[in-house]
Every structure is written in C-alpha cells, then in structure tokens.
Design a protein around this ligand. Structure first.
Ligand code: FE
Length: 368
C-alpha cells in the first residue's frame, strides 16, 4: 500500500512495554486484593491514587475523533488525560502561558501548524526509540520535537456519472470543467499546503496559472468545508472538487438516511496525482511534548501509545486516516478508494512555500 512511501523506512518493530502506573492501578482495583487485606490494600490504594498521573493535552483535533484514543490510553496506562480543545489560537495560548503552561502534549493537524509550534520553540526534543523505530524519518522532525501519527490524502470527489479513471491535480484547471468545480477557501491550511506543494513541484508562475484556471472553473465561491464539496455535488451545483479522503470515509459510512450518508453516496473518490511525480498529496497530523511539560514522562507515554498498534488501528477505523505505523489495516471504505502512492516531496520542503501560497491566493483573489 504505502511501499513507495516507506522505501527508506527502518522496519524494526518494537514492542511497547506496559506502563508501571497502569499495572499498579490494575492491582489496586483488583477485587481479590481488596478482599484479602482490606486495610493494607486500601492504604496502598490511597498511596497510588495520590500519585495517579495525568497529562494535559492541548489539541485542535475534533473531540469526537480523540475520545476513543484518550479512553483507550487511560484504560491501558492509568494516566488520565485532561483535554483542552482549541479550534483556533493554540499556538498563541501556549506562547502566552509561557513557562507556567500546564500543557504536556500539543497535537495539531497539518505540517504547517507543527512547524509553527516547532519554530516558536513550544516543543521540546525527546528521545524515544519506540517513536523513532515506528515512524519513518520523513514523518518526524530531525530533532525529536514533533512526530506524525496519521496521514491525510487530499483527493478528488466527483459526481458518480463522471467517467474518470485517473486525475491529475493539474486537471482541475482544465477549461472543460468550467463552472463545475467546488472547493473550500484557498487560505485554509488544507489547500494552502496543496498549493505550496504545487509551487514546490512547478514553481510560482505555473502554480499561478493553475490556480487562476481553477478559479475560472469555480461553480461557487471558494468557501465552506470539505464535506460541502460532496453536498454540492449531490445538489447539482458542481461536478468535482478537492477534499480530504477521511471525510469521504466518514460520510460513506454514516447512518443510512442521514444527510452525511446521502452526500457520501453521491460521490466517487479518486486519488489525484501530480502529473510530474505520479504521487498523491499527503499531509499529516502530529504531536510533540510541550516545551514546559509538567509531566514529561506522561507526555512521552502518550505519544508512544499513539504509535502503538491499537491506537493506529483507531486512527484508521474511527478517523478514516492512514496509519503511520506499518502493518495496520486500513478502514475498508478507505481501502476501496484504491492504492495510495504518496508524493515523496518532503513536507518540510513544501512548508517553505506556505507564505508564497497564501500571498498567491490573495493576489489572484481566489476566495473572492
Ligand atoms: Fe479535517
């Protein structure tokens, strides 16, 4: 599936060791223990309880997606997770909190957000063999400050009547699709990263032509969310557009009769590729230990849990994302979208063009 992506990957598999605190708590709550020596056991329990660990997680990820992961982590390790969900302004908040920030783990989507946190020195470098063995080098920072835990491919949603075997991102500017394209804002991080990637592939001038071509093809203003592409295809407003693959997984498996299911059923999903490289654009979600983490050990335990087989399975099954860990099965719906051949341009290289991409979107009035 991701063979090309993993060509240079160290395939060493490390087994996770059970976390001590989890073992203590399990013993603590064992009924036989409590019956066998109530007084002693209760005293011991009180001692362990007083030491019960918790970590503070700051994340921009949707609570519904995180809940199963957090519950499973606590069940396995006994470490509780207090979560602060921040749709916007995570970086600003952690920065303002400074050395007294209670954040232990910072978790975001998009390489740009990870690099912003890293460049603002809001992560600290950690050394974890578990993480470096399971996460391919291109999917983590060189200095151990951030790590990717899932891959997110940006794909084509198209009306089912369209006869498309394959598609290049460049094709979206083809005049044949005039008035037929729906897409969200060019300034949204998902599109910003894709446009930055096109700049990395073709340079700024060709990317400008491409983006102007898409703008000329728009059926409606570049706005809304990724799911709205499917909604508007069903509504007959447009025939095709770009969106992240996991939303298609969510919609196509939504309960029968719901709006989301109708939108999902209206589309076919095709993995576009860059014409030059034959690879599909893939972004990441990731996390790192906060610079001033009060519970650094707990934070590392959490990151090591996220790359474990069960957690990666949850990423695939609950979030419909591509797991980073090798050997984890995909969600069947996502698998039905066909093989993913990821573009191999390093994300850190693409991220250098984010600013140019944003200026370009403004210059051509893409969102107007
Ligand atoms: Fe999303």
């Amino acid at each position: 599936m991701l063979q090309r992506f993993y060509l240079c990957v160290d395939r060493l598999i490390k087994r996770l060791t059970p976390h001590l605190i989890g073992a203590n708590l399990t013993r603590c709550f064992s009924p036989t223990r409590l019956v066998a020596g109530a007084a002693v056991a209760l005293t011991l329990c009180a001692g362990v309880q007083a030491q019960t660990q918790s970590i503070n997680l700051y994340t921009t990820r949707e609570p519904g997606l995180m809940k199963p992961l957090l519950e499973a982590f606590t069940a396995q390790t006994g470490i509780k997770v207090a979560t602060v969900f921040l749709k916007d302004g995570l970086l600003e908040r952690v920065k303002a909190e400074g050395v007294s920030s209670p954040a232990d783990v910072l978790m975001v989507v998009d390489i740009g957000n990870l690099l912003d946190l890293s460049e603002s020195k809001l992560f600290q470098a950690i050394d974890s063999n578990v993480l470096s063995a399971a996460i391919p080098a291109p999917l983590r920072s060189n200095d151990g400050s951030w790590f990717a835990f899932s891959l997110r491919d940006r794909v084509l949603y198209a009306d089912k009547s369209l006869q498309l075997k394959s598609f290049h991102y460049e094709d979206l500017a083809n005049p044949a699709y005039k008035g037929k394209v729906c897409i969200r804002s060019g300034q949204h991080p998902y599109n910003n990263a894709l446009i930055a990637s096109m700049i990395a592939h073709r340079g700024i001038e060709q990317t400008e032509q491409w983006l102007r071509g898409i703008k000329a093809n728009l059926a409606r203003k570049a706005a809304g969310g990724d799911r709205d592409v499917a909604r508007d295809i069903l509504g007959g407003i447009c025939d095709l557009g770009l969106a992240n693959a996991y939303y298609a997984g969510q919609m196509k498996t939504a309960a029968a009769g719901t709006e989301a299911r109708k939108w999902g059923d209206a589309i076919q999903v095709i993995r576009p590729t860059f014409a030059q490289t034959g690879g599909t654009f893939v972004n990441i979600s990731g996390a790192g230990v906060a610079a001033h983490a009060p519970n650094k050990a707990g934070a590392i335990a959490f990151l090591e849990y996220l790359i474990s087989q069960p957690a990666q399975n949850l990423y695939a099954r609950v979030n419909f994302e591509y797991p980073v860990r090798q050997g984890v099965a995909l969600d069947p719906t996502v698998e039905s979208f066909g093989l993913l051949t990821a573009d191999l341009t390093p994300l850190t290289e693409i991220a250098k063009h984010r600013k140019e991409a944003s200026l370009l979107v403004d210059r051509i009035g893409f969102d107007r």
